[in-house]
Design a protein around this ligand. Structure first.
Ligand code: ADP
Ligand code: MG
Length: 735
């Protein structure tokens, strides 16, 4: 028997999903697969795991003979925050309702409900082909069509009949916002007989959609002006603004707080550490907003990479506000996926009477997180996506139009609890003509070498025949096989080699898997592990407002140190030949070593701009990779050496060779400037030529090789900033 807190009882009673509990559970019990569609906020994610638990699905004498309830989410944010919320609602501890995201989690042997990212469950299948530890798998947010979700569905469609035969059936519940689900339900390759699809009707209040007459070029500024206008003129009701990335979100928050300052505490606060330094000013009247934490520090730091388009200054976009307007309190909160969980939880806290909450969010607020009591939505209509060029493999972040389906989702956020309004900062002609109907599934727009390797390791010989909800293009599959063959993971007839099998056992991309697999040959595995860990974790460096170029701020690029906050570390390793040899990778190694060496970690990260969460992830990944290596080669007996002494010069040279062996197809040659004018020489001093693109590519301004650009180098990846294509994570090739 669950003991739910009183406030939870009340909220639950209102949720449409709860009203349908009987019908939903009947379908789950009667059918191996159930598709559950419901408007965002109707209670799918928080309630379904509880229904399953209460119907005994975790009990050995229950309908499936016991096991955990696994819930997959495409976003880490959701996995963490939903596990907390569900534990709280059920009155259970986090030992029982837990989460696992990549290398971080709190699952125990008592765990009954486990929230995890879809990638985590996919890895578990490698160890446990039939998912014996689970009685139910709930695939949440299936409409997002993340690659791992798609592949999981394909695999689960095959696992379910096998489990059925084994006598301990596995149930699958696919949950989706009310977006297109035909790719799952009407796909006979996936589910030969269409699974029952339940739709939960939610009380959705009417939302009036207002289009702009014209479509502005500066949508952040436009969002600012619109938000000010709504706040000044319209009746109470919370506001939700959709932007594309963390940097924009913080920027708009700052501008709004500057315009309506009386309601905000001011001060500074470091992201981490028990010691929270706060300078505070009491807010006006009896409205005490002191309970609310402040924006993360977004002070401007020195900026090295400012060439390119000039952003308009926030000071240029002041809305007119009178003293009267300023008396209306507005609480401005950011919401984006890298925000620490405690901060994310702020949006759920009740706001004092008479205060307007304004949440400035990225796409996470579209379907994964429902903010209560929103009445006004300001939709820029934009989203940031990572693009890969199919031929060159160059990745770019592009800000572009959302799909019509997404725009309608966003509008719907305004009508959860009362009639609302959605202000679209674009014209209805744009909506009709430029917005596609649905977004493209991720699997159709990214390289799939990691997926192909993982699938081959699962024994799927002919990947092209796999029951993908939407298959990737044959060219993408072919390109992946070629990369894998080049790395030696596949034989020429497409079979997994021993090397490939070893590579696949490391939870990192195939290239890095190979670095680990060949690393022990030169007695420098601890360095390889540290390097791969650092390369595999994104966002090592705290994003400061002006330190990165537009498009990089979500930092999804593999590795690469890109903030100016690292100047100190760079100086540290500049003097050391061993590190110099390794270029940017030497810098990464220094970062890992210095981090694990530093005792005052908070100060250390504050000084260097390293993101503590990411660095802890690197530490955990080092541990995990060390364990994997030990499992694969038990006689090596590796242990993590926290001090990670710098490599000797000989080791550094070996490391260079290992890196080269895995990046042989990513070599760039310096463009000769011999016959150029002095002016051109200066301009072209960082320009290179590589096989995968025609035009020149450039050393990134913050690369450690800019002091002395080598003739040949290898790079991790290329990033198109919109102005130039940059080489990232570079290392000189020694003659
Ligand atoms: P769905 O998955 O159908 O989109 P959810 O189960 O996520 O819906 O949300 C159901 C309700 O629970 C929403 O009204 C949401 O605002 C509320 N909710 C979710 N998480 C929290 C939380 N951490 N604190 C308070 N309320 C929450
Ligand atoms: Mg949900």
């Amino acid at each position: 028997q669950l003991k739910r807190p009183g406030d939870v009882q009340e909220v639950r009673a209102q949720l449409p999903v709860v009203a349908e509990e009987g019908r939903i559970m009947e379908s789950v019990s009667g059918s191996p697969v159930t598709v559950l569609c419901g408007e965002t906020g109707s209670g799918k994610t928080t309630q379904l795991p509880q229904f399953l638990y209460e119907h005994g699905y975790t009990l050995p004498n229950g309908p499936c003979g016991g096991g955990m309830i696994g819930v997959t989410e495409p976003r880490r944010v959701a996995a963490v925050s939903m596990s907390h919320r569900v534990a709280y609602e059920m009155g259970l501890s986090q030992r029982q309702v837990s989460y696992q995201i990549r290398y971080e989690g709190n699952a125990t042997e008592d765990t009954v409900i486990k929230f995890m990212t879809d990638g985590v469950l996919l890895r578990e299948i490698e160890q446990d082909l039939l998912l014996q530890r689970y009685s139910v798998v709930v695939v949440d947010e299936a409409h997002e069509r993340s690659v791992f979700t798609d592949i999981l569905l394909g695999l689960l469609s095959r696992i379910i009949p096998l489990r059925e035969k084994s006598g301990r059936p596995l149930k699958l519940v696919v949950m989706s916002a009310t977006l297109r689900v035909e790719d799952f339900t009407k796909n006979p390759l996936l589910f030969p007989s269409p699974p029952p699809t339940l739709s939960v009707e939610s009380r959705q209040f009417p939302v009036t959609v207002h289009f702009s007459r014209r479509t502005p070029t500066s949508y952040v500024r436009e969002a600012y002006l619109k938000t000010c206008k709504i706040h000044k003129r319209l009746p109470p009701g919370h506001l939700l603004v959709f932007l594309t990335g963390q940097r924009e979100v913080l920027r708009l928050c700052r501008a709004l707080r500057g315009t309506f300052p009386c309601t905000q505490s001011t001060g500074e606060e470091r992201e981490e550490g028990g010691r929270r330094e706060r300078r505070r000013r009491k807010s006006r009247g009896d409205v005490d907003l002191d309970k609310y934490p402040l924006l993360p520090e977004v002070g401007r730091t020195e900026c090295e990479d400012e060439e390119g388009e000039e952003e308009d200054k926030e000071t240029d976009w002041k809305a007119e506000v009178s003293a009267h307007d300023r008396q209306l309190p507005m609480l401005v909160l950011p919401l984006y996926s890298l925000l620490p969980p405690e901060r994310q939880a702020e949006v759920f806290r009740p706001v004092p009477e008479g205060v307007r909450l304004c949440v400035v969010a990225t796409n996470v607020a579209e379907t994964s997180i429902t903010i209560p009591h929103v009445k006004y939505v300001v939709d820029t209509g934009k989203v940031k996506r990572r693009y890969y060029d199919k031929v060159t493999g160059i990745s770019t972040f592009r800000v572009e139009w959302v799909s019509q389906a997404s725009a309608n989702q966003r509008a719907g956020r305004a009508g959860r609890t009362q009639p609302g309004h959605c202000y679209r900062l674009y014209s209805s002609a744009v909506f009709q003509n430029l917005l596609s109907q649905f977004s493209q599934p991720e699997i159709c727009s990214r390289p799939v070498d990691d997926l192909v390797l993982q699938m081959k390791a699962l024994g799927i010989e002919r990947v092209a025949h796999f029951p993908f909800p939407t298959p990737p293009s044959p060219e993408a599959l072919q390109a992946a096989e070629m990369v894998l063959e080049g790395l030696g993971a596949l034989s020429s007839d497409g079979r997994l080699t021993d090397l490939g099998r070893t590579m696949s056992r490391f939870p990192v991309s195939p290239r890095y898997g190979k670095m680990l697999a060949v690393g022990h040959q030169y007695n420098c595995l601890p360095y390889v592990i540290s390097l791969v860990a650092a390369l595999s974790v994104k966002e090592l460096v705290v994003q400061t407002d002006h330190s990165s170029r537009k498009g990089e701020e979500e930092g999804r690029g593999e590795g690469g140190v890109k903030s100016s906050g690292l100047a100190a570390l760079r100086r540290l390793c500049a003097g050391k030949e061993e590190f110099r040899l390794l270029g940017d990778l030497g810098l990464l190694l220094t970062v890992v070593g210095a981090w694990s060496h530093s005792r005052g970690r908070t100060e250390f990260s504050a000084k260097t701009g390293l993101q503590p969460r990411a660095m802890r992830e690197v530490s955990r990944l080092r541990q995990q990779l060390t364990n994997s290596v030990n499992m694969i080669c038990p006689d090596l007996n590796l242990v993590i050496d926290p001090s990670l002494a710098p490599p000797t010069e000989a080791q550094a040279r070996h490391l260079c060779q290992i890196v080269l062996a895995c990046l042989g197809d990513r070599v760039a040659r310096k463009i000769s400037t011999d016959n150029m004018s002095a002016e051109d020489k200066r301009k072209q001093r960082f320009s290179y030529q590589c096989v995968s693109c025609e035009g020149p590519v450039y050393l990134a301004p913050n690369s450690s090789l800019t002091s002395c650009p080598p003739d040949y180098l290898v790079y991790q990846d290329l990033l198109d900033s919109g102005h130039r294509i940059y080489l990232r994570g570079v290392m000189a090739v020694q003659e």
